[in-house]
Design a protein around this ligand. Structure first.
Ligand SMILES: [Ca+2]
Ligand SMILES: [Ca+2]
Length: 213
């Protein structure tokens, strides 16, 4: 009996080892907050570790963007759906802001989002306190929302995106929500809410009030 128990324990150790080792790492230099978080710079580590996506195809850079723009090669083999802002051309009005002005082309963004998908980001919070969250986003339909979870202080915030009328009509919003953050390395999980069809280019975290310790 003791031999069987021993081999079972070994089996459990072997099965558990890869799950412990699998942890996402920052795409590039760890973004510092206050500062900007680019949606397309989600962690490295792949499906189930750095993100969960509804399918393995990158609907933007892996499918739609067949041109020779070097941006179309950005993470095209990963399941997360990324594209980039484009000027007006034949049968496409181009990416514009809600006031009608053109969005600078070549800005990579997260799109084709679906409920249940998530992405992970390593960040470093420089100063503890209350942060205001803004960003450059678009939402074709009302009710678009996502959730931000900061692991180190178990803080989360639901971010509602004001409807812009089209996925290619963008808004830069300075104040979507506010949340308290502790200082130090943080792992952020961005969870897509129940309404799909919105885009996120970047999120900006600005310090409203520093915590006094
Ligand atoms: Ca996909
Ligand atoms: Ca971006």
């Amino acid at each position: 009996m003791s031999v069987i128990h021993a081999s079972r324990s070994l089996l459990i150790v072997f099965l558990a080892a890869p799950a412990i080792a699998a942890h996402s790492t920052s795409f590039d230099q760890v973004p510092r907050l206050p500062g900007r978080l680019q949606a397309e710079q989600y962690d490295r580590g792949g499906e189930g570790v750095a993100y969960h996506d509804a399918d393995a195809i990158n609907q933007g850079n892996g499918k739609l963007n067949t041109g020779d723009n070097p941006l179309s090669h950005f993470r095209r083999d990963e399941g997360v759906d990324l594209s980039f802002t484009k000027p007006a051309r034949e049968r496409f009005a181009g990416d514009v802001f809600v006031d009608g002005s053109a969005v600078p082309p070549g800005s990579l963004y997260l799109g084709w989002v679906q409920p249940g998908e998530w992405l992970r980001y390593q960040v470093y919070v420089m100063r503890p306190g209350r942060y205001r969250i803004g960003g450059q986003l678009s939402a074709a339909k009302p009710g678009a929302k996502f959730k931000l979870e900061f692991a180190a202080n178990s803080a989360s915030a639901t971010v509602a995106i004001p409807p812009t009328g089209s996925a290619h009509r963008w808004v830069i919003s300075a104040n979507l929500t506010e949340m308290e953050l502790v200082a130090g390395p943080q792992e952020v999980t961005l969870r897509i809410g129940e309404v799909n069809g919105f885009n996120i280019d970047w999120l900006e975290f600005s310090l409203v009030e520093e915590s006094v310790k």
